[in-house]
Design a protein around this ligand. Sequence first.
Ligand SMILES: N[C@@H](Cc1c[nH]c[nH+]1)C(=O)O
Length: 367
Amino acid sequence: MNDTGLLPEGFHDRLPPAADGLRRFEGAVLGVAHGYGYEQVDPPLAEFEAGLANRLKGTAATDAVRFVDPVSQRTLAIRPDITAQVARIAATRMGHHPRPVRLSYAGPVLKLRAGELAPRRALRQIGAELIGLDSVAAAIEVVTVAVESLRAAGVTGISIDFTLPDLVATLAGDPPGPQHDALIAALDAKDAGRVAAIDPAYLPLVEAAGPFAAAVARLRATDAAGRLASRLDAIEAVVATLPADVGVTLDPTERHGFEYQSWLGFSLFARGVLGEVGRGGSYAVCHADGREEAAVGFSLYADALLDAGLGAKDRQRLFLPLGTAPAIATRLRGEGWVTVAALAEGDTPQAQLCTHVWDGETAQAVA
Ligand SMILES: N[C@@H](Cc1c[nH]c[nH+]1)C(=O)O
């Protein structure tokens, strides 16, 4: 057997202590969401592709691995994003629930393609969605829950990059002018030269990206017609509720990763962690009768945090030498210890990755 290709590209095993770290992370996040009234849903790993595609306004085909189900003979999609499944549940089986509906979730997702900066395709997604509203109050709650859950999971140095995902499309008007696609491409590339050549009026949007207060001030200064005013007011109201130690930036034209988000988008970062640790924003859920329902939510991705050592923190294992009475072991576990019992002569705390040894009376740190 050739072991070099053990798993497909973009797929990884989570080993100890990362897998245990993930369980704790998930517990902390879902616990905070639960405290705010978000109850968990647990949709299946795969479902009819037709039920997922077009569920969120702005998404055409899903970024999903598909296959034909031998039983139903229909195309199924492995979920690339649980948000669309939560939207389906809220629009169908929970359609009769009073609004807003608050739901949380955690589970594996599979992306069709890896991103340039995010080589993983098989990820774990944990999040919460508020369906029925995308007001400033709703956005404040969702951003608050996201920040609090990261904190509860032990994440420090949190920062948020806000964006206005549908801003350019809105400014470009309906129907979009002939230069629209070129303008979007230039803004996505943050290519100031090209933006200036197409329409210098959009230049401030590229130049404004940066620390929040300064970015907002710069945008307001160049927005004589007040086309951005209501959005900037709304985002300022959200930011005003954040704890002072959360870093905040604004990148008004950032759309990367915000395929279906509408007036609000945000990326979550943690100091010392490569790439985003989560993302969220406002969006619209499409119902079968053509109705659109506003929603706002966030998803966290734990792997970058675990790579940065989140799961390795607080790993305390107490070695119980051969012959330690089971009643003592039970008591120690009751006190919160992880006990690792020697089962054979010659076993050592080092071999069992223990941080402490039971000497018969107390737990001694392993030198
Ligand atoms: N599911 C989105 C984030 C999101 C949740 N709700 C709204 N947006 C993502 O993973 O990128």
